[in-house]
Design a protein around this ligand. Structure first.
Ligand code: SF4
Length: 308
């Protein structure tokens, strides 16, 4: 793993220290709250100093190169810097359900998953716990940790934060949620999402390139972009998909998802109270084909939902 060289040279420890410094007036994500998380203050994401996790399990339902045959070692972090009105995991992401642990314990969960022979460690919603994740990695490496790290995020991230992950993260799995900032604010409380998200995925691609898999089809390095189609075109699929082809390249792997369901507070937002219909989803699939994006996965639209 690239991170082993960073560990040996002392660079990883320097990054741990730099990342923790940011918690004094937290500017880890684009919200720039300025909360002193070292002293226990909390910002928009609700995260404190210690990592809080909702689960650490073997997951077999990710994209095939991520789950492989043995599963992905998924560690679900609590809290989130986005406030998506439709979030199905809102008790974890917005109400902060989970278990507060130490970085030593986080390292031991990573090692425990490695013993279960998973292909990777998949940090879900990790942005606000970047320093703690780097620290856990630094603690886990001398105990034999060697798995690829996956950064499975909303894609609402700052470049300087991502640069702390250069050589640490092997596989980026970001969302590209919107192509319109009005929708991003109304639905996810994420100002300036489009520019920030596009800059972030560009940096991710610079770091890891296109997806590479081993002889068994398991991901070893690269980028997979996830895009969830929303009703009434609110995700801006018809703009985001061509942008990916033009700016990240037609070889980019995309997971196009149809699974939108109006969970949590979605019914309060006009147009968001129903699943995606066939017309909307077919239009997104057509644009994907027209853009020449042949790598990735297109989730099927559930018949029952599609006719709703
Ligand atoms: S990580 Fe949390 S506390 Fe820090 S800037 Fe983002 S929302 Fe605010």
């Amino acid at each position: 793993m690239d991170y082993f060289a960073l560990y040996k040279s002392g660079e990883l420890l320097k990054r741990v220290s730099r990342a923790y410094q940011q918690l004094l007036a937290c500017d880890l994500c684009p919200h720039d709250c300025g909360a002193n998380r070292i002293k226990g203050e909390r910002g928009i994401c609700g995260a404190g100093l210690k990592p809080k996790i909702a689960s650490a399990n073997v997951h077999r339902g990710e994209e095939p190169p991520i789950s492989g045959t043995n599963g992905s070692g998924t560690i679900f972090l609590s809290g989130c810097s986005l406030k998506c009105v439709f979030c199905q995991n809102f008790p974890i992401s917005q109400f902060g359900n989970g278990e507060e642990i130490t970085t030593v314990e986080l390292a031991s969960r990573m090692l425990k998953l490695q013993k279960q022979l998973v292909h990777n460690i998949n940090f879900v919603t990790p942005t606000h716990y970047l320093p703690q994740i780097l620290a856990a990695l630094w603690l886990a490496i001398p105990q034999g940790f060697r798995l690829p790290i996956i950064w499975n995020s909303s894609g609402y991230e700052k470049i300087d934060a991502l640069q702390l992950l250069d050589g640490v993260v092997s596989i980026y799995l970001p969302d590209m949620k919107y192509s319109d900032d009005i929708a991003a604010v109304e639905i996810s409380s994420a100002p300036d999402y489009c520019r920030i998200n596009r800059d972030a995925v560009t940096e991710m691609k610079r770091q890891v390139g296109h997806l590479q898999v081993d002889d068994n089809g398991v991901a070893v390095k690269g980028l997979i972009v996830r895009h969830l189609v929303l009703p009434e075109g609110r995700a801006g699929s018809l703009e985001t998909i061509p942008w990916i082809a033009e700016n990240l390249g037609q070889e980019t792997h995309i997971a196009l998802m149809s699974q939108y369901f109006p969970a949590h507070k979605a019914v309060e937002i006009p147009g968001m109270s129903r699943p995606v219909n066939h017309e909307e989803y077919d239009a997104a699939v057509r644009v994907l084909e027209e853009a020449g994006l042949e790598n990735g996965w297109v989730q099927e639209l559930d018949e029952e939902r599609g006719s709703a």
